[in-house]
Design a protein. Structure first.
Length: 474
């Protein structure tokens, strides 16, 4: 194993820079696109429902195929899969910028997503497989910082480009960064690594997990619009459950499984992934609600709302590299637990807010929310991969990516659902039409309070899993 560890500090720094650049690339791309959807809908003269498939197809393919590409990295080499991913992503980006119809834009976005599904988990696996143990936490902290920078800058850059150039310009931003990063990766990334001893790729397993995860994402994404009892939603859940069942049966019997289920015998690996799922559910679910809270309850305009919401990712940018570096010295468990414990306090404070709550207190609490994720993400990522064998780093990184993606979808589905159900219940008691509820801050607050209390529950679950996931003994 030690033969593959990079000992040269300069090469270590190049590796971290290349992976960080790849993370900035896809995070800034994702956040720029979301703010551009109304412009795209207007340009093609289609409804927002049609363009909503642009981010959804991206999430579907990344979540559903990332495990297969992680396995491919273990079998064929991280550098090869990483470079292929960049090629797909850049080709898809150029095609998106030139797309003549919204249908082709969705198709080219799918091509882009295949690229990200290839290089994003491989980047993390490169860090954990090739860096010395005392540098991994710092490296993962830098990656978390890069993601925070991307998500912070994306809406700002996207808004400017939409106003002055047009939506096609957002796809051009990443082309020079992608080309430079791809050139550096081809030149600087080592080709040697410990490859998996398995001889074949489990194609049936890859197909089953793709069906299972994609139908799960569609079901969770449709709950708010259609309701849980809708036949399409129930059908997607049923297909997902059946596909997961067949996938597990397949993986137990396959001579060369896509996912070695023995990984989950390691309780620390399982608990740390569960903590990641809960933390991402908490962050993405509540962050989805905050623009509505600020605009409908606090009556802030869109520009002020954007500035207030920057508090959380900016704090993540500051805290993440510090937490990653500290985890190299004291381990990850304490930092993850500290972040989860702080989350309980943060959402307890959110649950006391009213329409009279001032902006300074809101910003303060959002800064604390950023500190929560800054303390948690890099140490937790390191903890997950520390409990996976070096020849399984690609698969382990993909499992972690799936935990984050499914946690995001689950959060974006459940937090608004809790808000809507409680608000509708109170509206019916007051005999107020639900269409008028959005104009009544007192009624809106009943839903937001319920969502924030749900956040306390999710925070507590994150804390429990963080305490159960122990650091790997040296």
């Amino acid at each position: 194993m030690e033969d593959y560890i990079i000992t040269d500090r300069s090469k270590q720094n190049w590796l971290m820079a290349i992976v960080a650049a790849s993370v900035i690339m896809f995070s800034i791309d994702y956040s720029m696109l979301n703010i551009s959807l109304p412009s795209i809908a207007k340009y093609f003269n289609v409804k927002l429902v049609a363009v909503s498939w642009i981010p959804l197809v991206y999430l579907l393919i990344v979540t559903s195929s990332v495990l297969g590409f992680g396995k491919l990295g273990d079998l064929k080499g991280f550098k090869r899969v990483f470079m292929m991913g960049f090629a797909f992503f850049l080709i898809g980006t150029v095609c998106c910028a030139l797309a003549p119809t919204v249908s082709l834009l969705i198709a080219f976005r799918a091509l882009q997503s295949v690229g990200e599904a290839m290089f994003s988990p491989i980047g993390i696996a490169l860090l954990t497989a090739l860096l010395p143990e005392d540098r991994r936490g710092k490296a993962l902290g830098i990656v978390a910082l890069a993601q925070g920078v991307g998500f912070s800058l994306g809406p700002v850059i996207g808004g400017f480009i939409n106003s002055h150039i047009g939506w096609r310009g957002i796809f051009c931003v990443n082309i020079p960064l992608g080309l430079v990063t791809a050139f550096l990766a081809a030149k600087m990334l080592p080709s040697k690594q410990r490859l998996s001893s398995e001889l074949k790729f489990d194609l049936p397993g890859a197909g089953l997990i793709f069906v299972a995860l994609s139908t799960l994402v569609i079901a969770m994404n449709s709950i708010i619009r259609m309701g849980f009892k809708n036949p399409k939603v129930l059908g997607c859940f049923a297909v997902s459950f059946i596909a997961f069942a067949f996938f597990i049966i397949r993986e137990k019997r396959a001579p060369y499984p896509l996912l070695d289920l023995k990984l989950f015998r390691n309780r620390d690996f399982t608990f740390s992934n569960a903590a990641a799922f809960c933390a991402t559910c908490l962050y993405m679910g509540s962050y989805f609600l905050f623009p509505f809270y600020l605009e409908l309850v606090m009556r802030l305009d869109v520009s002020k709302t954007g500035l207030v919401l920057m508090s959380t990712p900016l704090m993540m940018v500051i805290i993440s590299p510090i937490a990653g570096k500290i985890s190299d010295r004291i381990g990850s468990r304490l930092l993850c637990s500290l972040g989860a414990g702080l989350a309980i306090f943060v959402y307890a404070l959110f649950s006391t807010f009213t329409q009279a709550t001032g902006v300074p207190l809101m910003v303060f609490n959002l800064l604390l929310a950023g500190m929560v994720m800054g303390l948690f993400l890099a140490p937790n990522n390191k903890l997950v991969l520390a409990h996976a064998p070096v020849e399984r780093q690609g698969v382990a990184s993909s499992v972690y990516k799936i935990a984050l993606s499914v946690g995001s979808v689950f959060g974006i589905a459940t937090f608004p659902l809790v808000l809507m159900k409680v608000m509708m219940l109170h509206a019916s008691r007051l005999k107020v039409p639900i269409s008028e509820a959005r104009h009544m801050p007192e009624l809106l607050m009943t839903g937001f309070h319920a969502a924030f209390i749900f956040g306390i529950v999710v925070s507590a679950a994150t804390l429990v899993f963080s305490l159960l996931a122990k650091d790997k003994k040296k």
